[in-house]
Design a protein around this ligand. Structure first.
Ligand code: PLP
Length: 442
């Protein structure tokens, strides 16, 4: 048996089975720009379709470039299998649709990316899937919302704007009592957190962010931890325990472990049903870009986090800043979660509220010279965003308040530039933020 690798620096470069291209010996993973794959014979084709043998059929469902990325991501997250998809949004959509159908519900954290709130509130609820919201400050808020139709819990490891680390083990332990899997969006904390090791069943990523790291491709992934018993309570997980007429009446929870020898029905069902039907596959060109990013992700995360912690120290003492929001700067109970679940760094997102309020916030963003003003996170470059007017602008007042976005909040994603340049840019922009109208008043 292959020795298990634990070091993310090595997994990023060597994870999975790929060593060299089998036909050319190329070391860099080739982009397999092919739609279809020649079957050896009719029996071979039939076996592939019956899942009696695993192999390439059609690029909507699998591709050799994507396969290398999937194996590396599964290893990075400490899971058993992975499916890459066209975006982080697709990853969250698939993760929910793979367990829940009309009439079912999932219990989700209130601390969520704005696009996920929109997906849950608009599209998924129109499909008949109810999303119940629990404040993760108290993990038992999740338990209170469970009923017989609850199919999953959903949370984000390091959600902005609050930047409160999610109580992964506490919520997954509650889920285990009811056979409810925990799905974690780990987009903001690759390498520094492995939710599966703390009991999550599934992790998803927007690979567009830290894993890609260079702003060159939109992509998403779903990792199956292989640690959840999908058949323990058939009524709780009907999609894994009832015959599926769309695939020859297969019972996914039983058939997949029998066919593959691995407890990965979630990953297989998402691939062969959801990708088959919805088709939101990742283009192999984009998989290639993400593979390049993954090679240095561990190194970048280290630098991102080291820089962010220096920025937090600097901002905490700055005269124009009224509040600094960071994973370790909450009341003890919440900051302890950063210590418990993050290792090798505390994240690279930092929130600030300026003494001059919304006007100073806008002036500050417009005065930044090196930071980019974008609706994005996780780029190697430093980024600044005003969520109320961008990423969270489609939320109503109640949703905004629940997500913690105030009008004056500015989100900084600290990049990997030299720390002196990062602090220099922040300092000059903060000093300008009250120049003009506001300064004259004070
Ligand atoms: N999850 C989180 C935490 C995000 O920040 C984002 C995007 O910002 C997404 C999911 C969606 O990812 P994508 O933009 O790749 O669809």
């Amino acid at each position: 048996m292959k020795k298990k690798r634990n070091n993310p620096e090595t997994i990023g470069l060597h994870g999975g089975e790929y060593r060299k291209d089998p036909t050319t010996n190329a070391v860099t993973v080739p982009i397999y720009r092919t739609t279809a794959y020649q079957f050896d014979n009719t029996e071979h084709a039939a076996k592939l379709f019956r899942l009696e043998e695993f192999g390439n059929i059609y690029t909507r469902i699998m591709n050799p470039t994507n396969d290398v990325l999937e194996k590396r991501l599964a290893e990075l997250e400490g899971g058993l299998a992975c499916l890459t998809v066209s975006s982080g949004q697709t990853a969250s959509t698939f993760a929910v649709l793979n367990v829940a159908q009309a009439g079912d519900n999932i219990v989700s954290s209130t601390d969520l990316y704005g696009g996920t709130v929109s997906l849950f509130t608009n599209t998924l609820s129109k499909l008949g899937i109810e999303i119940r919201y629990a404040d993760p400050v108290d993990p038992y808020n999740f338990e209170k919302l469970i009923d017989k139709n609850t199919r999953a819990f959903y949370g984000e490891t390091l959600p902005n704007p609050y930047l409160r680390v999610f109580p992964i083990k506490e919520v997954s332990d509650i889920g285990k009592k009811y056979n409810i899997p925990l799905i974690m969006d780990n987009t903001a904390a690759p390498v520094i957190c492995k939710p599966i090791e703390h009991g999550a069943a599934i992790t998803i990523h927007s690979l567009t962010k830290y894993i890609g790291g260079h702003g060159t491709a939109v992509a998403g992934s779903i990792v199956d931890g292989g640690n959840f018993d999908w058949t323990a309570d058939p009524k709780r997980q009907p999609l894994f325990n009832e015959p599926d007429p769309s695939y020859g009446d297969v019972i996914w929870g039983k058939a997949v472990p029998e066919l593959t020898g691995a407890n990965i029905p979630f990953a297989v069902r998402a691939r062969v049903c959801l990708l088959r039907d919805l088709g939101s596959s990742l283009a192999p060109d984009n998989a290639f870009s993400i593979i390049q990013g993954l090679e240095t992700c561990a190194l970048r995360m280290k630098q991102h986090c080291e820089n962010a912690s220096k920025v937090v120290d600097f901002l905490s003492k700055h005269k124009e800043v009224s509040k600094v929001i960071y994973s370790t700067k909450h009341e003890k109970k919440i900051s302890d979660r950063a210590r418990k679940y993050l290792s090798g760094g505390n994240g690279a997102m930092v929130g600030i509220e300026l003494k001059g309020g919304i006007e100073a916030g806008k002036k500050f963003i417009e005065s930044l010279k090196m930071f980019y003003h974008v609706a994005n996170i996780g780029d190697a470059r430093s980024l600044a965003t005003h969520p109320a007017s961008t990423t969270h602008s489609q939320l109503n007042k109640k949703q905004l308040a629940a997500s913690g976005v105030t009008q004056g909040y500015v989100r900084l994603c600290i990049g990997i530039e030299h720390i002196d340049d990062i602090i220099g840019d922040l300092d000059q922009a903060l000093n300008r933020s009250t120049k003009g109208k506001l300064k004259a008043v004070s």
